[in-house]
Design a protein around this ligand. Structure first.
Ligand code: ZN
Length: 51
């Protein structure tokens, strides 16, 4: 129903999608970037929002 608010975070190094989050309309315009642990890279990498 509110699928359009579902966002994925993709590792900027290996391109695997590791995290999911929901976005509210307030932050919809911003591109989010998070530093998270990637199990594929086995280290902390920058995760970018993707669709
Ligand atoms: Zn990775």
């Amino acid at each position: 129903m509110s699928q359009e608010n579902l966002i994925k975070f993709e590792c900027s190094e290996c391109r695997h999608i590791n995290y999911y989050s929901k976005k509210n309309k307030k932050t919809l315009k911003e591109r989010l970037q998070l530093k998270k642990h990637c199990k594929w890279c086995k280290k902390h990498t920058l995760h970018k929002e993707t669709k």
